[in-house]
Design a protein around this ligand. Structure first.
Ligand code: HEC
Length: 245
């Protein structure tokens, strides 16, 4: 009697274990890329290196890009900022501080605006809003100044940022255009950006297709799939998740 009970319990435990093993086998079948040789995965790594890292951004050579920046395009792009900022001479505060003459201004210092502690702290490190700081901040405000009150996602495109900065500079900015700096490899940044984006696009599109198009060519039928055959099966690469930014 008690033997029988024990058998029942043992049987249940065993069945559960088999079910788990079976599920793992099944998911391995689903998520293991059908064609691991497909270069999509490699390209995606390149994307992360090229476009992803905020730190790995190549700063423009301002002496070269500012004189040729498209100020009108910058003004048009500033529409994305207008819900929170004015840039005219009234310099009124809204959701965000007035941005008239912000280029060359001390960060977090516009009278009457209640800045976040993060912005005030940033002002301790950066004496003025120079071109580099604006360029990095506008790319990803929350990343560059964690805790900032500026709840704006950022501008990914380098040339859009350059144009907006040129526009801001034209609105009372006090910082001169620096002399061209050969060490910043003029043109290199502009050439690299489209290349990285171009390479990224096919990867981003190809990626989900590849994963979805891998139906379980799996061997394991069900819970009984006790196949010890696949212990060496490559774990589904975590990199398979498209790094959405
Ligand atoms: C959703 C509202 C919002 C949007 C949209 C927004 N900002 Fe801001 N911005 C803020 C707030 C709020 C602050 C103050 C941040 C803090 O105190 O941490 C700020 C701060 C700034 C600062 C620093 C100002 C200073 O006095 O130190 C700059 C420069 C700036 N924003 C530029 C822009 C630009 C350019 C855009 C458009 C591409 C933009 N912002 C879009 C809300 C916004």
């Amino acid at each position: 009697m008690s033997d029988l009970t024990f058998n029942k319990i043992a049987g249940a435990v065993l069945a559960t274990g088999l079910a788990i093993v079976g599920l793992r086998e099944l998911s391995a079948g689903v998520f293991t890329p059908e064609h691991p040789a497909k270069p999509g995965y490699l390209v995606e790594v390149a994307e992360e290196g090229g476009e992803g890292g905020a730190a790995a951004d190549t700063l423009p050579d301002w002496g070269t890009v500012l004189p040729t920046a498209d100020v009108a395009a910058g003004e048009a792009a500033f529409a994305k900022c207008k819900s929170c900022h004015v840039v005219d001479a009234s310099n009124a505060n809204g959701t965000g501080p007035g941005l008239h003459a912000v280029v060359g201004r001390k960060p977090g210092a516009h009278p009457g605006f209640a800045y976040s502690p993060s912005m005030t702290e940033f002002a301790g490190k950066a004496p003025v809003w120079d071109y580099d700081h604006l360029y990095e901040f506008l790319k990803a405000p929350q990343k560059y100044i964690p805790g900032t009150k500026m709840t704006f996602v950022g501008l990914k495109k380098s040339d859009e940022r350059v144009n907006i900065i040129a526009y801001l500079k034209a609105q009372g900015g006090t910082l001169p255009v620096p002399a061209p700096d050969p060490s910043r490899a003029p043109g290199a940044a502009a050439a690299a950006a489209p290349a990285a984006e171009g390479a990224a696009a096919p990867a981003a599109e190809g990626q989900p297709t590849t994963t979805e198009a891998a139906p379980p060519a799996s061997t394991s039928g069900g819970p009984a799939g006790q196949a010890p055959a696949q212990p060496g099966a490559p774990a589904p690469a975590p990199a398979a998740a498209p790094a959405k930014k």
